[in-house]
Design a protein. Sequence first.
Length: 199
Amino acid sequence: MEQEQFLSYINKAKSLTEESLEEVQKLTIDYPWFAGGWLLYLKNLKNINHQDYDTVLKKVAARVPDRKVLFKFLNDQLTDKKPAVAEENALSGYRLEGDVELQSEHSLIDKFLSSDTTRIGMNKTSLETHGAESDKLYIDESVKEDEELVTETLASIYFQQKNFDKALEAYKKLSLKYPEKSVYFAGRIEEIELLKNNN
């Protein structure tokens, strides 16, 4: 279906008859995600009092972004005085191939770009007085280790990094935390102490 044919069906939905049914149905098969095609197909079914109207209505109601538009379109309440508005509402958010959408002159992005950006930046004096102290605080907090958070994986990582003091401490905490594995942890502690004394 060509773009002009589609738009004429949208603007003059009463022209949908038994002859156009196959063409409109093919549109829904070829482009099942296209809500405009489903609107036309449903309207065509309604115009010819087809028996599949109710079943297709349930499918279309779930696919159409605005059910008010669906209701108005099916009940011929979209005015012929403003076909462009009716077309835009029926196709809200959908564009046909080759259709170029014109952007508003005063879009949100344009307003942002044209606005004064000096308000966004931080005051240089506040950065100098508070920046160094707060940065150091954030850095210290990010590096700080949680003493209670000890796992076998963390202890193993300390061991692999040859950070034997932290590995010993981690395995001792794990031995207290998991007494059923204390024999295993005791073996690891002995192994680390031997390696520590040899280095």
